[in-house]
Ligand binder design. Structure first.
Ligand code: DHB
Ligand code: FE
Length: 282
């Protein structure tokens, strides 16, 4: 049987990907950030997931405003890094697992989560930066990746509660797959940030810490945070945090926080990273 062995929450700040691509790890601005990623990288090196279910959002790279899907599951054999205006990032091809993805797609739809299905999808910084965060700069990504893309960039976005519940359905889908696979789920995006308007550069560390504490202490409370509250308290792009609730929904209640790192600012964002182990799998 496939099993979820842990979860990761991480921001996907594109400048972090560019800093890695251009080997800026030791520059004064970047060193504290890259140093802070170390323990999470050690954890995943030891956890060795076969598959990462990577919950992310597209930033009008693969999908434009012609067709807005709330949830899109990738079922392809592989995914090309997207060209976001400067050419594709020089990172490895993202290799999928079509059979496992198709099983998850079927299980979700039978569970009444009517996702869209992508047979082809380029993946932008929303997906590739979290891989860089956890795996640095390998020749090949050491895991297969199943992308779940969530609309957080156009209203109406899904609620945090819907995200939490699709996370639970993902767990059910994973646990009904007969092959022995070690799975880690990533919830990505956030934390508080606003890229535009009068409050551009807005960060709210109090909100971010409340959110990270809530993941372990009281996730049900986080599912009640509404869109207006995200906008007001976490900035216009803070709503990306609903993707962390998919990750949390896919974990059990018997988890342990193994690592947390928070650093402000990274580009225009508050950078957050959290790692959970399923205690039964340690
Ligand atoms: C930044 C953050 C994001 O989440 C994003 O998608 C683009 C830019 C930033 O902080 O610069
Ligand atoms: Fe973003």
């Amino acid at each position: 049987m496939a099993r979820i062995i842990g979860g990761v929450g991480t921001s996907h700040v594109p400048a972090l990907g560019a800093a890695s691509d251009h080997n800026k790890h030791d520059e004064p601005y970047w060193k504290p950030l890259f140093d802070g990623l170390g323990p999470a990288r050690k954890w995943i090196e030891k956890a060795k997931p076969d598959v990462v279910i990577l919950v992310f959002n597209d930033h009008a790279s693969a999908f434009s405003v012609e067709l807005i899907n709330t949830f899109v599951l990738g079922v392809a054999d592989d995914y090309q890094p997207a060209d976001e205006g400067y050419g594709p990032r020089p990172v490895p091809l993202v290799v999928g697992n079509a059979a496992f993805s198709s099983h998850i797609a079927e299980s979700l739809v039978m569970d009444e989560f009517d996702i869209a299905i992508a047979n082809e999808m380029d993946v932008d910084h929303g997906l590739t930066v979290p891989l860089t965060v956890m795996y640095d700069k390998p020749e090949q990504w050491p895991c297969q990746v199943i992308p779940l893309c969530v609309n957080v960039i156009k209203y109406p976005q899904p609620t945090g509660n819907r995200c939490f519940n699709i996370g639970k359905a993902i767990r059910k889908a994973v646990e009904s797959y007969p092959q022995d696979l070690r799975v880690v789920i990533f919830g990505t995006g956030g934390m508080s940030h606003q890229l535009q308007g009068e409050r551009a550069g807005f960060v709210n560390s109090e909100f971010d810490h409340m959110f990270m504490d809530g993941l372990i202490e009281d996730p049900a409370r986080l599912t009640k945070i509404g869109h207006t509250e995200y906008l007001r308290d976490a900035g216009s792009e803070g709503i990306e945090l609903i993707m962390w609730l998919i990750m949390r929904g896919a974990l059990s209640d018997d988890i342990e926080e193994v690592y947390r790192f928070y650093h402000v600012p990274v580009s225009n964002s508050a950078y957050g990273l959290i790692v959970f182990d399923e205690k039964s799998e340690v």
